[in-house]
Write a protein that binds this ligand. Structure first.
Ligand code: ZN
Length: 617
């Protein structure tokens, strides 16, 4: 494709290939698909039978011991059957969701997805009793279970869950809480979702007022036209102002529920509101504190980036509606990069880390494991997935040839590499927490972006790449910390009483100022309403794992130079252990650093400083 003149081609010519998933099933009607579906259904029936024993044993959970030989053996059998069934169910599920990504209107695939979801729920319900027993039963019993081969792959996760057991209530209390949360805690999250999906705003641009939903209005934030961005931003703010009371009620209720919940669970050891998010993300409090401290001390690194952006855009200071603005380039049409060229670029960058990483890119291309076509039926977005049976990864995206697309492709191939190096481990050993999920992807993106900058044909291309990196610095070093500080102080104050809408706005203003300093002409006071993350019923503090992931990946990248030839083996082993070691242990073992000390985080920020510095010079 390289020999064809670039300018004469439409966007489609740069597109990527169509993926090939026929190694799993030829299609939804294939005999192999029905066979797997049948086998999956039958095994769920058997598992439901097997699990009855544990439903009854739950009553005498406190008396269980290593002497319950038959029960321990039965536990092993149930675990084994469930693991086997899960592989088949997950394989079918991945195949169907791949079909739906390419064509969301595929009605048969949609029906099948509903069927599979139902079956998966049945499978996990059948395991509830066994899982509860393993979390709460005496060590003697659990130790005997974990010594069995069927539990080897689950041991780390079970041990982690058991650390939480001092905070568990009695079984009947836990069940009541779970049941009541549906119309309590979760209902508040649903209320927010309903408001945000139905809320309309009026964008007043160039004298024309257009009524639109919030999702469409959010699109204006990427516009190259400053007036359009401002109009979109202000319309969204105005719409949220009408919903302040509801949003304040949602936040007060979600946090109040959680604080009561934590208090009830503090009988043997006091729980702080940050403990549960830390536990879920498998990091220690000292690690989070060290990271946030270094981030705050180095806020100027990202602030400089914003001042520079303002200069490049010919304005005194950025406003909140400028944070997602594209790089100001004089030429409207940037140079497009055909898919093959992007692949060869990424291959070169990966191979520079280690030849095997370069070969991995060949494997992905040769097997057609990448979906990159441009069609009207495809769902937006990009992701990486894997088939549970063959353990082969797939990358999904719409590749149109922009520089952002190259970055996305590198990012998703990073995820795919992570899956690839874990392909011989059993599935339960490969589930990593959010804090470690982006290690391989951001590492890959960084590696490729450095090669891109080095090879950039012109100054504009270079600027566009670096512009994206300045954006990351702002997002992870200023915006996410502002959310974290807001939520921390909110929970502290909420323990005393509920907050009013004005108090929420004031607190948000203060948190943004703490992060952004004097780099913005105004702060986003309504951010506590407009940001979904504060209103999710399932998790609180849905923020610090992002900054952690970003800085952790860069910290790993920093070790590349330091460790030289030894780096690659350490990197692969680190990725392989992301599902069975804590972040602190991984860092100690493979990077030789302590995450609770500032140094590691300072090294990561030094990379950001260099990236920004490259732009400023
Ligand atoms: Zn990712």
């Amino acid at each position: 494709m390289n020999e064809i003149s670039k300018s004469s081609l439409s966007q489609e010519i740069y597109q990527g290939p169509h993926w090939d998933n026929s190694s799993e099933y030829s299609d939804l009607h294939a005999a192999e698909f029905s066979e797997d579906l049948d086998a999956f259904k039958k095994s769920i029936g058997r598992i439901q039978e097997q699990s009855k024993l544990f439903d009854s044993e739950i009553e005498r959970i406190d008396q269980l011991s290593a002497m319950d030989f038959e029960l321990i053996e039965a536990a092993g059998r149930l675990r084994h059957s469930a693991d086997e069934a899960f592989v088949v169910g997950a394989n079918l599920g991945t195949f169907v969701s791949c079909l739906l990504s390419v064509n969301g209107g595929n009605a048969q695939a949609r029906q099948m997805q509903a069927v599979l979801r139902q079956l998966m729920t049945q499978l996990s319900e059948a395991l509830t009793s066994l899982e509860l027993i393993l979390t709460k039963a005496p060590e003697s019993f659990v130790g005997a279970c974990l010594a069995r081969s069927e539990f080897k792959a689950h041991a780390f996760a079970i041990r982690k869950e058991r650390e939480w057991s001092p905070h568990m209530l009695s079984l009947s209390e836990e069940r009541i809480l779970t049941r009541f949360a549906v119309n309590g805690l979760q209902a508040w999250g649903t209320l927010y979702d309903n408001i945000s999906s139905s809320l309309q705003c009026e964008v007043d641009f160039n004298g024309t007022v257009t009524r639109m939903g919030l999702a469409r209005a959010a699109g204006t934030q990427q516009s190259g036209n400053r007036a359009e961005r401002e109009a979109g931003y202000k319309a969204v703010q105005k719409a949220w102002e009408t919903q302040q009371e509801s949003c304040a009620s949602v936040l007060n209720a979600l946090s109040g529920w959680r604080l009561d919940n934590y208090k009830t669970r503090s009988k043997s050891r006091k729980l702080n509101f940050i403990d549960k998010p830390l536990h879920g993300n498998r990091i220690e409090k000292e690690t989070l504190e060290a990271m946030m401290l270094v981030v705050e001390q180095n806020a100027e690194v990202a602030r400089e980036a914003l001042r520079f952006k303002a200069k490049a855009m010919n304005i005194d200071a950025l406003a909140p509606w400028d944070l997602f603005a594209p790089a100001p380039t004089s030429e409207p049409e940037d140079e497009m990069i055909p898919f093959e060229e992007a692949i060869s670029l990424i291959r070169t960058a990966f191979a520079d880390v280690d030849p095997q990483m370069g070969e991995f890119v060949d494997v992905m291309v040769k097997n057609r494991w990448i979906e990159g076509t441009v069609t009207d039926t495809k769902r937006p977005g990009a992701y990486c997935t894997r088939f549970a049976k063959s353990r082969t990864p797939r990358v999904y995206m719409t590749y149109k040839g922009t520089l952002e697309d190259v970055g996305t492709l590198a990012h998703e191939l990073g995820h795919a590499f992570h899956n690839w190096v874990m392909r011989d481990l059993s599935l339960p050993e490969t589930y990593y927490p959010m804090t470690l999920a982006e290690t391989a992807s951001i590492f890959a993106e960084t590696v490729v972006s450095h090669v891109l900058v080095k090879n950039a044909a012109n100054q504009q291309a270079k600027e566009k790449i670096l512009w994206g990196e300045l954006g990351s610095a702002e997002a992870f070093l200023l915006n996410i910390p502002a959310r974290f500080w807001f939520e921390t102080e909110f929970y502290e104050r909420r323990a005393e009483r509920t907050l009013t809408p004005d108090e929420f706005s004031e607190l948000m203003n203060k948190s943004w100022q703490r992060a952004y300093g004097n780099t913005l002409s105004e702060m986003n006071r309504m951010f506590w309403c407009s940001k979904l993350h504060f209103h999710i019923s399932g998790t609180s503090f849905y923020n610090f794992p992002y900054t952690f992931g970003y800085l952790f990946a860069l910290g790993v990248y920093a070790q590349r130079k330091r460790q030289g030839k030894e780096f690659y083996a350490n990197y692969v082993n680190l990725l392989r252990d992301t599902g069975r070691m804590s972040a602190e242990d991984l860092a100690r073992e493979y990077l030789g650093v302590e995450l609770s000390e500032p140094r590691f985080w300072q090294d990561s920020i030094a990379i950001v400083r260099r990236q920004c510095g490259a732009f400023l010079s």
